[in-house]
Design a protein around this ligand. Structure first.
Ligand SMILES: [Zn+2]
Length: 389
């Protein structure tokens, strides 16, 4: 069975469960009111499910839409069905189901809002952003604190690079009680600040950065951009005080964006002990092979090749690694000198040999033992030795 087949089956099981839930609910209410008994699932549900199982989706839609007249409780089934169609990319069908639901005069207000939200998502998935936007606005007119509606509208604006609009919606979200909005709003102000800088409007960029800092004082994006503005003004002290804060961040990746100007600032700023301490912290922060490589290249540009190779040798003595060795060989034609031989031997020993002797060419399963039939994907004759040298 294909992945989409499995998905369809799972979705159908869920639909059946909903249908049964509706049906049991009906029986319970019948029994409670002691009015007649209907111990069978309405024939029309069975018919609809049969159509779905046979992939006759249009017929299934017709049956369930017809059922709505006599069984108003099948709204849940139709909502689930519409979602299922949307996930499978059958957007016209999804919209048809949802529009039909919306046209029901007796639809309760909360259900109407659920349906509007579904329709907005249908349009969003179809890429018809202006329709999605107007539906979401209609939904939010009816229920201003609809969190999912607000979050979807914000994402829609971000999709269209309408940062100001998104900020306004996220501020509403924040007021309505949604968490984690302020760091995102700060990032969006960062987007606006970068746009202003590109347009040569440094003053406007600063205003946006100030707004970003109000939302999230240590926002890494605002720190990076603020430092860049100071750097361009040759205000080394201001750049340094902003970028130093990035060294407290738990992620090294942001600092990697500004390695070269950061090292330059450290060079230009007064050569006191504080600067040396900051340089040490920056070097220590670069831990991954990628970070070490980027830092070595930045050091080469700002402080010269000897500084870069001295740094790499220092890293290698502490942490023997072939990738770091490779960067050193790139920068220094005389490396490795005899002092590094033991380090190299350790690094080679640590190098993982992939794959582990035998592997399945079909599914990639690895094993030191040879199998005529792959124990993972159960195919015959797919085991092979390692990759060619
Ligand atoms: Zn296999």
């Amino acid at each position: 069975m294909t992945a989409s087949g499995v998905y369809m089956l799972v979705a159908l099981v869920l639909l059946v469960a909903i249908a049964l839930g509706v049906w049991v609910g009906r029986i319970t209410s019948y029994r409670k009111s002691a009015l007649g008994t209907s111990d069978t699932i309405p024939e029309i549900y069975i018919q609809g499910l049969n159509h779905l199982l046979s992939e006759r989706n249009d017929e299934a839609v017709e049956v369930f839409l017809d059922a709505l007249r006599q069984h108003p409780e099948s709204v849940d089934i139709l909502l689930a069905l519409g979602r299922l169609f949307r996930r499978r990319g059958e957007l016209e069908r999804a919209l048809r189901v949802h529009q039909h639901l919306l046209e029901q005069p007796a639809l309760a207000p909360d259900l109407r809002q659920s349906v509007l939200f579904e329709i907005a998502q249908d349009y969003l998935k179809a890429g018809i952003l202006d329709r999605a936007e107007s539906i979401l606005k209609e939904l939010l007119d009816r229920q201003p604190d609809h969190l999912e509606g607000l979050a979807t509208l914000a994402e829609l604006y971000e999709l269209g690079s309408e940062w100001m609009q998104s900020i306004a919606v996220r501020q509403r979200l924040s007021k309505a009680g949604a968490r984690g909005q302020r760091p995102v709003i700060a990032m969006l102000y960062g987007e606006l600040a970068e746009q202003s800088l590109l347009a040569g409007e440094a003053k406007q960029a600063k205003v946006f950065l100030e707004s970003a800092r109000k939302e999230d004082p240590e926002n890494p994006r605002a720190l990076v951009i603020g430092g860049r503005i100071a750097f361009d003004r040759q205000d080394w002290g201001a750049a340094l005080s902003l970028w130093e804060k990035l060294l407290d961040s738990p992620v090294e990746s942001v600092v990697l964006l500004i390695l070269q100007p950061f090292l330059s600032v450290l060079r230009y700023a007064a050569n006191d002990t504080d600067v040396q301490v900051t340089r040490e912290r920056l070097l220590k922060m670069c831990n991954s092979p990628l970070a070490v490589k980027l830092l070595a290249h930045a050091l080469q540009v700002v402080e010269g090749t000897p500084a870069a190779t001295a740094y790499l040798r220092h890293v290698l003595l502490r942490q023997p690694d072939m990738r770091v060795m490779q960067v050193l060989l790139e920068l220094d034609p005389d490396a490795p000198e005899p002092a590094l031989y033991p380090v190299m031997a350790v690094a080679v020993r640590r190098l993982a040999v992939e794959p582990a002797v035998f592997y399945c060419q079909s599914c990639g399963y690895q094993s030191p033992q040879y199998y005529w039939r792959c124990p993972s994907c159960r195919q015959w004759g797919t085991f092979s030795g390692g990759y060619a040298l």
